[in-house]
Design a protein around this ligand. Structure first.
Ligand code: ADP
Ligand code: NI
Length: 209
């Protein structure tokens, strides 16, 4: 297979693996992250564009939330795919970047100082903030049947709310950007989160004296 065919087979593999995911993690998420990652890398020339493309396309195929049985099975399937597709030369770098990309991962794997990881992670995180990030958060909350907001003060074992997720994660992402371009894009999208929350609480407190 030539490079284009390998990329096409990675796209087919990802589409098939992600078909059952929630719509915040669908193929359109991949297309958005791909555009952002390419933009960052065009600006900063940090990593090989082809390897980045493959990494973006495959980055959510082993997500733990969608491999209920065992996340390691997700990585095993991904590794088998990369071998069968003739992508042995970049297999380890791709798997290492994908294992390290998640905000919520508990452990570190492989090379954490990889420019491929930096670009992929920034692009993935940028799609979690701004107007699209807000849409994805409420979509995910609905998928989990979580409340949009719980106004009562923090209590032990409080059920998660989507507004809570803004404070747990989304508002922190701006300061976790790796690349200069990522930081610049995150500033804009962070402001959208802040404006949204301001309006949200204004409406929530409607009529309060
Ligand atoms: P990561 O891969 O960085 O761990 P996730 O897969 O947890 O990210 O999140 C994917 C998308 O789902 C993001 O847009 C994120 O904001 C949203 N999301 C994850 N957890 C929650 C939650 N508890 N409430 C609302 N949205 C969530
Ligand atoms: Ni993603």
């Amino acid at each position: 297979m030539n490079k284009q065919d390998k990329l096409k087979s990675a796209e087919d593999f990802a589409k098939q693996r992600m078909a059952a995911f929630d719509s915040g993690h669908d193929w359109y998420h991949i297309e958005r992250v791909r555009k952002i990652a390419t933009y960052i890398n065009d600006q900063e020339k940090l990593c090989d564009p082809y390897t980045l493309d493959i990494a973006v396309v495959l980055h959510d195929t082993a997500d733990s939330k969608f491999n209920k049985d065992n996340q390691e099975n997700g990585y095993k399937t991904l590794e088998d795919f990369l071998r069968e597709a003739g992508l042995d030369d970049i297999k380890d770098q791709i798997i290492s970047a994908i294992r390290n990309v998640s905000f919520s991962k508990k452990k570190n794997f492989g090379n954490e100082n990889d420019p491929l990881l930096f670009v992929l992670q920034d692009a993935d995180r940028l799609d979690a903030i701004g107007a699209i990030g807000i849409a994805r958060a409420f979509n995910y909350g609905g998928f989990r049947n979580n409340p949009i907001y719980i106004p009562e003060p923090e209590t032990e074992n409080k059920a998660p709310s989507t507004i809570g997720h803004f404070y747990d994660k989304l508002l922190k992402l701006k300061d976790l950007m790796n690349t200069e371009t990522g930081k610049r894009l995150a500033e804009e999208r962070h402001l959208i989160l802040e404006r949204f929350l301001k309006e949200f609480f204004k409406e929530w407190k409607f009529g309060a004296k």
